[in-house]
Design a binder for this molecule. Sequence first.
Ligand SMILES: CC/C=C\C=C\CC(=O)SCCNC(=O)CCNC(=O)[C@H](O)C(C)(C)COP(=O)(O)OP(=O)(O)OC[C@H]1O[C@@H](n2cnc3c(N)ncnc32)[C@H](O)[C@@H]1OP(=O)(O)O
Length: 274
Amino acid sequence: MEKYKTLEIVPKTPNSPVFHLYLNRPYIHNALSRDFFSEFPKALSSLDENPNVSVIILSGHGDHFCSGIDLKTLNSISQPLSNDRGRTAERLRREIKGLQAAITALELCRKPVIAGIHGACIGGGIDIVTACDIRYCTEDAFFSVKEVDLAITADLGTLQRLPSIVGYGNAIELALTGRRFSGLEAKALGLVSRVFGSKDAMDEGLRAVAEGIAAKSPLAVTGTKAVLLRSRDMSLEQGLDYVATWNSATLLSDDLTEAVSAHSQKRKPVFAKL
Ligand SMILES: CC/C=C\C=C\CC(=O)SCCNC(=O)CCNC(=O)[C@H](O)C(C)(C)COP(=O)(O)OP(=O)(O)OC[C@H]1O[C@@H](n2cnc3c(N)ncnc32)[C@H](O)[C@@H]1OP(=O)(O)O
């Protein structure tokens, strides 16, 4: 397993198809540095390509899930490179697009990513979790779309993804106020699906749901993720056309035969890895 400065990858248990990806700068509450933005897509790609991985759980080491962008990194990004404003602006645009790509890597990963959020989830932390497939949190979790308070228009995906998760009205209220909201409010808004009383209880909930998904047809799981994400950004007609094309390829797999046989033989299905 590759070593990272800002991340740690651990199989849930030996031989488990569930892998834990941890944000790993606990001394600074997992603030997002330049190293994070270059390592995160590499780590996700390595998990995506590893046939032994079926589901990824994303959480943070230490007291908080994520304290947003590292303020030192933010400061360095916003420094002009030269006296040429045009060149500086062009470089900044490319840099922002690079940071965006690191977050979008969560959606490009074929395997489901489940976020387990405890403590703070602020700014860039919201960019990350809104690009995850499932979100759970602890009762002590708190959230803030904080960018507006740092004089930034959030630019790594929250403004694009949050409205389809919590609705436009809730998204704009959270983004314009930057106010803190609790895990229980996040559940009421639909930002998270479940709230747990403790981190241990959440870890157990994450493990159970991840193992449940990992036991299903990998082709059906990756297809469900891909089609839902693409359909979010398409018309109904385009989405239906996309899934027809997808299934015209994947319905011919052995997974369908195996699922139907296992059902009639009252046994658990066994699927090839992806
Ligand atoms: C191009 C732009 C791209 C992306 C932009 C993204 C925008 C954002 O992410 S906006 C959000 C930025 N983050 C914040 O404003 C959060 C700042 N942190 C906090 O509010 C708190 O630290 C906390 C997360 C609520 C935790 O509070 P607490 O438990 O009381 O710990 P602290 O004593 O505050 O923190 C310990 C230590 O860590 C430093 N630190 C915390 N967060 C960051 C950070 N994001 N960047 C850099 N440093 C951070 C904090 O300053 C403390 O350092 P000391 O040296 O010990 O003082």
